[in-house]
Design a protein around this ligand. Structure first.
Ligand SMILES: CC(C)(COP(=O)(O)OP(=O)(O)OC[C@H]1O[C@@H](n2cnc3c(N)ncnc32)[C@H](O)[C@@H]1OP(=O)(O)O)[C@@H](O)C(=O)NCCC(=O)NCCS
Length: 174
């Protein structure tokens, strides 16, 4: 049976949060761990929307925090699936923050999460193919194979010589 196909936009999830005292460190900035929790949940919902399945977090690519987010800022998280493989899906999430009284906003960080759709027993299960439409979706879709190979090599789940997209980085010839 041919695989079902879904558009990237069908997986879009947007969440806004107000940074409250319980979310901050002693400098009154948002704790990195709290932000990563929000990112994990929002990305997981995007993967669920694409697959209509239970999903588990398989990996998170490196996350760096460019600028602190302050107490009272409004945080917006936008997540969308970039590409689906067999049972796994890569999700791109972007985080921005805004000081609403001044109207000043900035891009805080972005990351790629990988989720695996599982059945009721926790076994990986196939997901629909993803169709990119916009230029940005197309670029993210094309880069997803290279990022997948990179994370699988780093997790020792793929031999460097099998990572054809990474040939220029991992030279296996002597
Ligand atoms: C993720 C998990 C389901 C993979 O199960 P597995 O038996 O190793 O399954 P497979 O080897 O068949 O891999 C299944 C998919 O996971 C992907 N995968 C496995 N490890 C991965 C990793 N570290 N990074 C990215 N993708 C990974 C594989 O590439 C494969 O993708 P594909 O089906 O699209 O080709 C399993 O390792 C798991 O349940 N991990 C715990 C998840 C969890 O609890 N997360 C919350 C953290 S507390």
């Amino acid at each position: 049976m041919p695989k079902k196909k879904k558009f990237a936009k069908e997986s879009l999830v947007i969440k806004t949060e107000l940074v409250l005292p319980n979310d901050t460190n002693t400098l009154d900035n948002l704790m990195g761990g709290r932000l990563m929790h929000w990112m994990d949940v929002v990305s997981a919902i995007a993967a669920q929307k694409h697959s209509n399945r239970i999903v588990v977090t398989a990996s998170v690519d490196n996350v760096s925090f460019r600028q602190p987010i302050s107490l009272g800022n409004v945080v917006t998280l936008r997540a969308k699936v970039t590409r689906a493989f067999n049972s796994s899906m890569e999700v791109h999430i972007k985080v921005s923050a805004e000081d609403v009284p001044s109207g000043k906003g900035f891009e805080s960080n972005e990351a790629f999460f990988t989720f695996v759709a599982v059945d009721q027993s926790g076994r990986p299960i196939d997901v629909p193919e993803l169709i990119p439409e916009t230029n940005e979706e197309q670029l993210l879709y094309e880069g997803a194979l290279r990022r997948r190979q990179m994370r699988l090599v780093l997790a020792k789940r793929m031999a460097p010589e099998e990572a054809l997209e990474l040939k220029s980085i991992f030279k296996t010839e002597s």
